[in-house]
Design a protein around this ligand. Structure first.
Ligand code: MIC
Ligand code: SF4
Length: 753
């Protein structure tokens, strides 16, 4: 990819002068995160230190990556932006829409047929605007990016929350909504609140059953699902240097689960080996020339407490394998404590399915280590008790592990190889019997395990672990099995023990692939036509949202007060709804259907204040819209956690919700709301959440003097005639207030053409 080499050269040329200017401006040594951020400032030479967690700063990312389920909306917006070409190298990856049912080939063919309209749209729109297109079957966005595009010291945004996977190769890679991607492709700077910095010092070395996944499972347990909000997690130390590049990718990938803006490792010999192993020796040579800039300053790593806002230390030699779950990725259990937890909590001990792979854990190393266990099972005459599936992350990995015999070993153990795609990780799983909603357990090497996510069954207890642990437990068919100490009975009635897994970081014979599945865009796309059928139920051209009416908002009806966890999966469920990701009207029928109503503890059942009757959330909201009545959604902590999908922000906007008022937001979701011209507000006093009543009509005052840093006031008009006035905060800067006024950020871009 010659174009990339030129781009990377240009980035690297700026490094020495920018870094020394930054060091001078800041007057101290620099972390790696700061170096990369300073090297990508739009304003040129850095002239001052930014206040972490406070200052909004403009950056020029080097790349944009989009996956099919979010690219549709991103590109529908980009089509409105009035540009001829994407301003920075960009790619689209078809990975989310392939449903796992029987196995790779059949599932992929079925998906190509079922999703033809969407693939044709994405392929032609990419072709038109100079965007690289990775066809269905090519692999999962983050793995394909790691193998082809990620480079040390680069900066990328991607319309998927696990974009930070590229941090494994030393790139600042951040998950965003489609509207942000649209801005960057339109040539505008990309804005980010200057992040806080969490340093994780890794000492020692992994061994035995422990793998890179356990580092992030442990960190998730320490920091919880909101502990990384607004922060970049930077890993360093001898232990960091001992991890493979793909292992580092796993850790950075799953950093999304602690809400981190991104995670990163410095450039080292393992990164170099991975670049050379993926036929990018020229990039490795270039990186070597400026390698002191591609890692944090020594002084920083010697005295991390002086440079990071928080420091965590983990000794890899003492780290135990972990299993996290159920229902949340931060409920971390060391393996030695897990069996007791299963018994005490009454989780189903019988393991129905073990699933390995996904964007998080599908490297050559992961697959070879898991295969070493599968081989033992076959050799020791153990029959795997659970169903077992393997999702390779890319066609290159799949082809190579097939060539090296690993897929065959999995087959002998009874494993089923699924397409190179997201599949069960995002509810694209035709799991037979799931509709019966039986209580059951599954374990995956994926990253998220929110309720209903994999198979739509709220009673599926999903746990997350390394591919090695998933494989061992699938062989045992039992969640309480501890492969480090327990034995299993084989077909011949003998007690056998699994030896520690073993594998290779990179294939000794190198990677191979016949057709990686890439389609380069036309050099001149001006003649390429993009067709969207107006009768389509899957694609719909966007209509601009209305500008703000210039007054305070009075009499908003409370649509729902959501209680507890309200992730983007609760706000805009994936699985069967992925089908409508390009059709705003149709997908809006899933709005908030998974959120728990604080007044009755039920999902998708809220009071319609116009009729007094209870109805489904989208239906009630459509009634408000029909009657021209605005509404408001109230939520709890970390509202909008999880995915980058901007549908979770666009749906309420489209259906006429005017504000989302919560205790706290997850970063991507808050930005998505702002971009779409919605009011994203937080309670100044979290306990005011309790004052909101089911029949409230709510006023938002202060909008005519809406200013950065100035709280707004909210009046709760209760049904009995009493009132409460409360203060609410916001984080809008000047520019973002303009988005609100214009009705959306896109309306402003259009106006600027
Ligand atoms: C996810 O893992 O939740 C997804 C599906 O990849 C999402 C993107 C989407 O909803 O399309 C994400 O992580 O951003
Ligand atoms: Fe796909 Fe799952 Fe990765 Fe999201 S987390 S990109 S759904 S494999």
């Amino acid at each position: 990819m010659a174009f990339d080499i030129e781009m990377i050269k240009a980035v690297y040329e700026k490094y020495p002068s920018r870094i020394s200017a930054a060091r001078k401006a800041v007057g101290r040594s620099l972390t790696l995160t700061e170096k990369i951020l300073y090297a990508h400032l739009t304003q040129g030479e850095p002239s001052k230190a930014f206040e972490r967690g406070v200052s909004y700063v403009d950056f020029n990312p080097d790349r944009v990556a989009m996956q099919d389920a979010t690219a549709q909306m991103a590109l529908l917006q980009f089509m409105q932006a009035g540009r001829n070409q994407a301003a920075v190298p960009s790619t689209v990856h078809c990975d989310h829409l392939i449903q796992a049912e029987v196995g790779a080939t059949a599932d992929l063919n079925k998906a190509k047929d079922k999703n033809r309209e969407v693939y044709d749209f994405l392929s032609s729109v990419s072709n038109k605007y100079g965007i690289g297109f990775w066809k269905p079957g090519a692999g999962i966005i983050h793995q394909v990016v790691l193998e082809n595009y990620a480079f040390p010291g680069g900066m990328m945004i991607g319309t998927d929350s696990h974009t930070p996977n590229a941090g494994g190769l030393g790139m600042i890679a951040i998950g965003v909504g489609g509207a942000d991607a649209c801005d960057v492709m339109a040539g505008l700077p990309w804005e980010l609140k200057f992040p806080k910095l969490i340093g994780v010092k890794l000492t020692g070395k992994l061994s035995g059953w422990t793998s890179a996944k356990d580092v992030i499972l442990k960190v998730a347990g320490i920091l919880t699902v909101k502990g990384g909000t607004g922060a970049v997690v930077e890993y360093f130390g001898d232990g960091a240097r001992s991890l493979s590049a793909t292992g580092k990718g796993t850790i950075c990938n799953m950093g999304a689960e602690i809400g981190a803006t991104t995670s990163i490792f410095g450039y080292d010999q393992k990164s170099e080996a991975y670049l050379r192993g993926t036929e990018r020796g020229d990039m490795a040579d270039m990186a070597n020339e400026i390698k002191e800039h591609l890692t944090g300053d020594e002084e920083v790593y010697n005295h991390p407490e002086k440079y990071f806002d928080q420091v965590i230390e983990i000794n890899l030699s003492e780290l135990e394998p972990h299993i996290n779950g159920p229902f949340t990725p931060d409920l971390a259990w060391p393996l030695s404590k897990f069996a007791a937890a299963v018994r005490e909590n009454g989780w189903p001990a019988k393991l129905e399915v073990g699933l390995i792979g996904s964007c998080t854990n599908s490297s050559y190393e992961d697959i070879s280590r898991a295969a070493s266990l599968a081989k033992q099972a076959v050799d020791k005459k153990l029959i795997a008790k659970s169903e077992y599936t393997i999702t390779p992350g890319s066609e290159q990995v799949r082809y190579t592990v097939d060539r090296d015999g690993f897929l065959d070993i999995f087959g002998q153990m009874g494993g089923v190889v699924l397409a190179n795609a997201c599949g069960p990780c995002i509810g694209q799983w035709a799991r037979h019997g799931a509709e019966k909603q039986e209580k059951n357990s599954i374990i995956t090497s994926f990253n998220r395990n929110f309720a209903k996510r994999a198979d739509g069954n709220p009673n599926t207890h999903a746990f997350v672990a390394s591919p090695e642990i998933v494989t061992a437990l699938a062989i045992a068919g039992d969640l309480t099995f501890n492969p480090i100490k327990d034995t299993l009975t084989n077909e011949e009635g003998q007690q056998v023990k699994l030896e520690e897994p073993a594998g290779l970081e990179l294939p000794t014979k190198g990677f191979a692939v016949e057709d990686a599945g890439y389609q380069a865009p036309a050099t001149d796309g001006s003649k390429v036509e993009v067709i969207v059928d107006i009768k389509s139920e899957r694609l719909q051209l966007l209509e601009p949202f209305k500008a703000w009416e210039g007054t305070d908002l009075k009499g908003l009806k409370l649509l729902i007060k959501a209680k507890g966890k309200c992730t983007t999966d609760h706000i805009s469920m994936a699985g069967p709804w992925l089908r409508y990701r390009g059709h705003l009207d149709n997908i809006s029928n899933n709005m908030l259907i998974g959120a728990v109503n604080a007044y009755n503890g039920e999902t998708n059942k809220v009071k319609n204040q116009l009729s007094g009757e209870y109805g489904e959330v989208p239906a009630v909201q459509r009634q408000y819209k029909l009657h021209g009545v605005g509404s408001i959604v109230v939520g709890d902590e970390n509202y909008g956690e999880g995915s980058s999908r901007e549908h979770a922000a666009m749906e309420p906007r489209f259906l006429g919700v005017r504000a989302i008022l919560v205790k706290s937001f997850a970063r991507i979701h808050e930005t998505n709301l702002k971009k779409q011209g919605m009011l994203a507000l937080t309670f100044a006093n979290a306990s005011d959440y309790d004052l909101i009543q089911e029949d409230d009509s709510i006023d938002i005052n202060g909008l005519t003097s809406f200013r950065p840093g100035l709280p707004l006031s909210v009046v709760l008009n209760h049904a009995d005639g009493s009132k409460h006035e409360i203060q609410v905060n916001h984080t809008y800067n000047e520019g973002q207030i303009e988005w609100f006024k214009a009705g959306s950020a896109l309306n402003l871009i259009k106006a600027s053409v």
